[in-house]
Design a protein around this ligand. Structure first.
Ligand code: FUL
Length: 443
């Protein structure tokens, strides 16, 4: 009994401590990452030529041979589509390296193509003013050292080569997959060593994996974040890869999470991650992409949209058409500001609950046609809003109301139809400390 009450006391103290823990804040690199919001993923390698999703590492290097490769075209499309950067599969699970690595014999050097794709793409991104990132699969189905301690050296050496020769690298993408290598053995990844290396040689790089350290996986590959999406996660007790929190938790984050690790939504414009001509008729439409945009960027996450180059080494015409359709829809959100001239009154914080409730009233002299509303928190001070009610009125008469949970980097509320309104009110019902919103927008 004595032990039981001690245990209860200790548990109580733990909970109290947790309740008093400060709200975790983003680093400067994470704040910059939030601003980039939407960028391209590119899966490119032997699979583009064999039609496989996961190469087994036995493909001949020569199969990789794009005939019209043009990384400037990739960047032109990315820019015109409104994407802010490109993350490329420098090495997928088949082990093929898109750069002539000294630590592998299965690279562009041995291929029919010969040229260094990381060099070409990093130069094109610099020219176009796009961020450049790399996906480097630790799982390697080709490397003879995979499954031994020596492979950890190989992985560290490859990372070093990439960061030294093609940097600055904005985002590094780690896939948690850990299958068998060519000798049938599994690898014990030395994550700590990899992470320490990157922090030392490139402290501004943000590192993605299912559980961070900087950016987390959203828990699905279908293109949506949780309607409630905290930029916080509790990672203690969890492991990268197969020991991560549940996929639902990755989608919503943790309300009281101890680390600031926002979510990134990775999804492909096509059914597969690699280009296949047979899937040209299944490229997602502009409307499907817009829904993904609303459910990722519009729920405070970043969108990593996979646009895989084809076997010519170009972005396919079908993909371009959908991307331009998406861009014109994003432009409406970004370029319209119906509340620009609205008078703004702030009421609150509430005397009873000074840190929790605040209200913002926007008033227009003449009605404007709304199709949606954009809210944003100033994340420098941490993510705080847990519940808010948005009301649109026409000369005092309510025409639309919705209660949402989190806001975070951006919350886009799409109205069921276009509505003429003169007033917008935002009431924060619950917040972790004083809510700090940027000026709201209407479109
Ligand atoms: C997964 C990989 O196994 C897929 O092939 C793809 O690269 C995706 C983005 O990550 O874990």
């Amino acid at each position: 009994m004595k032990y039981l009450s001690l245990l209860v006391l200790q548990l109580g103290a733990c909970l109290l401590l947790k309740a008093q823990m400060p709200n975790p804040l983003p680093t400067n690199a994470q704040l910059k990452w939030h601003k980039n919001q939407y960028y391209f993923f590119m899966h490119f390698g032997p699979n583009t030529f064999t039609g496989k999703e996961w190469g087994d590492g036995k493909e001949k290097s020569e199969v990789f041979n794009p005939t019209q490769l043009d990384t400037d075209q990739w960047c032109k499309v990315a820019k015109e589509a409104g994407a802010k950067g490109i993350i490329i599969t420098a090495k997928h699970h088949d082990g093929f390296c898109l750069w002539p690595s000294q630590y592998s014999k299965h690279t562009v050097r041995e291929s029919g193509f010969k040229k260094d794709i990381l060099a070409l793409l990093s130069a094109s991104c610099k020219k176009a003013g796009l961020q450049f990132g790399v996906y480097l699969s630790p799982w390697d189905r080709n490397h003879p050292d995979y499954g031994t301690d020596r492979y950890n050296d190989v992985f560290v050496n490859m990372l070093t080569e990439i960061f030294q020769n093609y940097g600055p690298i904005w985002e590094l993408w780690w896939d948690g997959a850990n299958g068998e290598g060519p000798n049938g053995k599994l690898q014990v990844y030395d994550w700590k060593r990899y992470e320490q290396l990157i922090r030392r040689i490139s402290p501004q790089t943000v590192i993605f994996s299912d559980i961070g350290p900087d950016i987390r996986w959203v828990g699905n590959e279908s293109g949506y974040a949780g309607k409630t999406n905290w930029n916080l996660l509790d990672t203690s007790g969890f492991k990268r890869g197969h020991g991560a929190p549940s996929q639902d938790t990755l989608g919503t984050g943790n309300y009281r999470g101890a680390q600031y690790i926002p979510a990134e939504v990775d999804v492909s414009i096509r059914p597969g991650w690699f280009h296949r001509d047979s899937e040209n008729s299944q490229v997602k439409t502009a409307d499907q992409l817009y829904k993904i945009y609303l459910e990722s960027v519009g729920r405070g996450a970043n969108l990593l949209l996979n646009v895989p180059p084809d076997h010519r080494g170009l972005i396919h015409e079908r993909d371009i058409a959908s991307l331009m359709g998406l861009k014109s829809k994003i432009d409406i959100i970004e370029k319209t500001d119906l509340l620009q001239k609205a008078a703004l009154n702030e009421a609150g914080p509430d005397k009873q609950q000074p840190k929790k409730t605040s209200t913002w009233y926007y008033m227009l002299k003449t009605p404007a046609e709304f199709t949606g509303i954009v809210l944003q928190e100033d994340l420098k001070y941490g993510q705080k809003v847990a519940s808010a009610t948005i009301t649109l009125s026409l000369y005092g008469e309510q025409i639309f109301q919705e209660t949402i949970t989190t806001i975070g980097n951006k919350r886009i509320i799409q109205l069921p139809k276009t509505m003429a309104a003169t007033e917008l009110s935002i009431v924060v019902n619950e917040s972790k400390g004083l809510p700090i919103l940027k000026r709201a927008k209407g479109f």
